[in-house]
Design a protein around this ligand. Sequence first.
Ligand code: SAJ
Length: 448
Amino acid sequence: MPNTNKIIQNEFKIESNELGSSKLPKKGFDKIAVVGLGYIGLPTAAVFASRKIEVIGIDVSEHAVTTINRGEIHITEPDLDLAVRSVVSEGYLFASLTPKSADAFMIAVPTPFKSSLEGVKIPDLSFIEAASRTIAAVLKAGDLVVLESTSPVGATERMAEWLAEERPDLTFPQTHGADSDVRIAHCPERVLPGHVLRELVENDRVIGGMTPACSQRAVELYKLVVQGECIVTDTRTAEMAKLTENSFRDVNIAFANELSVICDKLDINVWELTSLANRHPRVNILQPGPGVGGHCIAVDPWFIVATNPKEANIIKTARETNDAKPGWVVSKVENSAKIQQLLKDDKVKVACFGLAFKPDIDDLRESPALQIVDSLIDNADLDVLTVEPNIHELPKRFIGRTTLVGEDVAMQEADILVMLVDHKQFREIDVELLNTKVVIDTRGIWTS
Ligand code: SAJ
């Protein structure tokens, strides 16, 4: 069993005199507020509420608030429906459009892009600013505010400034250090969609307080639910740690994607190649694919590039390499279709297998497969069928432009089969049945 009181100290020693004069009464957390009830905020709220702590969820979406208060969910994540139903019916979780007083506030709102400047995407902190200014109204001395949203370096300090601007009657760590009324920390979420409820509890957490006292209070909060270690650092290192994790993955996938393009030219099977190279004890290449999707890996590296455009060369090139991959797949399909067209009178039929951004989920956000299907259906010379076993209807913009079919129909009717997402249903297809078809396999499940 983990030691629930342990604070791991990482090049950031907490001395007892740094923890403040403790003017504030020592206490637990009677009520926690989670701001932003999306893919991270709602599971976080549910996990804390499942420990019989009163949790108030705050969101600007009326739909999200009313759905949650009915004990239902507005997003897809395994087992989250059961968890939310249970904590709402027991009265531990309540959602609200307006902020309410609490002992700790966890901000889990989106951090999208604002604009693109000379090819560099600039992060948009307006949701964090709005959330900070909203909760400022109900802050009181002794409260803890934690920023969970993945953020560019310096965002937690900006959040502290916004809070201080709204509440000149309270003191904050940037001006009053260990003795401030309000404690502020960054604790980036690191959970994998599809495994969120387990990873929220089991993963280690990086906790960056603005002062050691802030870190300590945040560790006390997370230790209510986290079984992994809570590792303490400062806010900027915590922010950069999260960006580094996702950039590392992006760079590694870009390496695999670049190899796949090179191998295609050299007529080498890239999956055989990487599995051979990965037998080396110090090599671990990730999987090439049709591109990188989702709201994290394809976004977060830009937060490093935006503030370090001259230095972040590998990180930027990796982003560009992964972003270029869907276009490469489209060209590959179109070139193949041109050859097929010579053999038949009617339009070449292309079946695209998968729309989600990764296997065995129904989440289509920023999916490279969506981008590929979108381009292919714009090509008037092609008739495009789409197979996606995890959805019941096509995204609005596809309706009337492609047909959603089952895998059997696609296999029978299509001339070209394009494997885009390695859902388990597709992995089970007998490859013998593909012999008469042209196969473009971006995931290596039918051709490796
Ligand atoms: N992908 C590949 N090849 C691979 C692995 C992934 O092409 O070998 C593609 C996937 O198909 C998908 C994209 O990358 O399109 C991203 O998928 P993912 O499974 O790598 O990551 P996410 O976006 O679902 O979750 C990531 C995780 N970060 C890391 O693994 C370092 C998760 O722990 C983070 O909490 C999450 O980002 C986040 O919220 O930041």
